[in-house]
Design a protein around this ligand. Structure first.
Ligand code: NAD
Ligand code: DAU
Length: 350
């Protein structure tokens, strides 16, 4: 039995990774470490939280003594590190929490792994999950490769870039067995409705304006979250130590084209007249330092590890809309803040 630490498992991507690992690897004990910030929601995992190979630990990666004691207690064989402050707009209004969690928190985990694995590094793996935003912004052409120079533009991306550098430094200096992946924009079930797609779904459902920053011409490369989880599974098991893998769907959309597509899908699903949702589109003040375009070249992971995305965007967006409409309670609980009571109800009253 291997014991695997997954950080940030109550968040959007982390919850999909946890579900995949708990179901697929019964011989792994999966420990989900999450402090439950506003973005952490244990309701995301209520279908698997009874499984014998799953354990939730509430704790903060910024607390070094706690992290050291966790490594000593569980003797982890592997780490998948997803915990982070992840929203660019919040990093613009409050950079310090991003510096703490994304940089200091990552170093605390690296130190825990280094100390625990120093006498027996064989078969161990520290997997750092990162973002394409570390590469900065593209013009109208070109793609991000693993060899593209880092050029982060927001406090969020600068904090993730710093953590990537530190992970590589621990590999070079201390021979810590690490692997890194940098992924494009994810979408799908359980995404916190401060991010573009779930925010738009919520607002369309409630006939509220859909805020589009600037002219809506910024481009993102969208990947369905379960396709990211399948890539993470492959990189964790088959990736080479010290290597980086870019993950993306070759699926570029301007924000306005994406929202128009979403509006069409929502009108059909809600049985409203064509064009109803589009009337809600409202152009608002642009994000400060708004990156123009992200686009990933994922040739390396496709060629070396045999990964490819399973869903076309039109199919993925329909699946996503279906999920949010079928789980309107989840969305309402998040928007009202009621989800924060789930932990007390589920864990403290036991
Ligand atoms: P999220 O914001 O939905 O979830 C983050 C989770 O981390 C939450 O459960 C939160 O409670 C937890 N967390 C935050 N600070 C913590 C701390 N100090 N200690 C313990 N837990 C803490 O994020 P997400 O969108 O699921 O992203 C997960 C990871 O993937 C992040 O590292 C992010 O940079 C990366 N990523 C995200 C995307 C995307 O499109 N969402 C794309 C590429 C990479
Ligand atoms: O590229 C990967 C990154 O994708 C991840 O590292 C981040 O964690 C994740 O949040 C995401 O960052 P973005 O800033 O691209 O995602 P967001 O959903 O915030 O915005 C997507 C685009 O839509 C971006 O160009 C800003 C724009 N936008 C966003 C919101 C919330 C709007 O026009 N209106 C909005 O209300």
């Amino acid at each position: 039995m291997k014991t695997i630490l997954i950080t940030g498992g109550a968040g959007f991507i982390g919850s999909h990774v946890i579900r995949r690992f708990v179901n697929k690897y019964p011989d792994y004990k999966i420990v989900n470490l999450d402090v439950l910030t506003y973005a952490g929601n244990l309701e995301n995992l209520k279908d698997i939280d009874y499984m014998p190979n799953y354990e939730f630990v509430r704790g903060d990666i910024n607390d070094a003594p706690f992290i050291n004691s966790l490594f000593a207690k569980y003797q982890f064989d592997g780490v998948l590190h997803l915990a982070a402050e992840s929203h660019v707009d919040r990093s613009i209004s409050d950079p310090m929490s991003f510096i703490m969690t994304n940089i200091v928190g990552t170093v605390n985990l690296l130190n825990g792994a280094r100390e625990n694995w120093k006498n027996n590094p064989d078969g161990k793996r520290f997997y750092h999950i990162s973002t394409d935003e570390v590469y900065g912004s593209l013009g109208e052409t070109g793609f991000f490769l693993e060899t593209t120079s880092y050029d982060p533009q927001s406090p969020y991306s600068a904090s993730k870039a710093s953590s990537d550098h530190l992970v590589r430094a621990y590999h070079n200096t201390y021979k810590l067995p690490v692997v890194i992946s940098n992924c494009s924009n994810n979408y799908g079930p359980n995404q916190f409705p401060e991010k573009l797609i779930p925010l738009a779904i919520h607002n369309i459902s409630n006939n509220k304006p859909i805020p589009i920053y600037g002219k809506g011409e910024n481009i993102r490369d969208w990947l369905y979250v379960e396709d990211h989880a399948s890539a993470i599974d492959l990189v964790f098991h088959e990736g080479k130590n010290g290597e980086t893998y870019n993950i993306g769907g070759h699926n570029e959309w301007t924000n306005i084209a994406l929202i128009r597509q979403l509006c069409k899908t929502m009108d059909i699903k809600l049985g409203r007249d064509t064009g109803t949702a589009e009337k809600l589109i409202t152009y608002v003040k642009d994000r400060a330092g708004h990156d123009l375009r992200y686009a990933i070249d994922s040739t390396k992971i496709q060629r070396e590890l045999g990964w490819k995305p399973s869903l076309q965007f039109e199919e993925g967006i329909e699946k996503t809309v279906d999920w949010y409409l079928a789980n309107s309670n989840w969305l309402e609980n998040v928007v009202s803040g009621a989800y924060e009571k789930y932990y007390e109800k589920q864990y403290l009253s036991r």
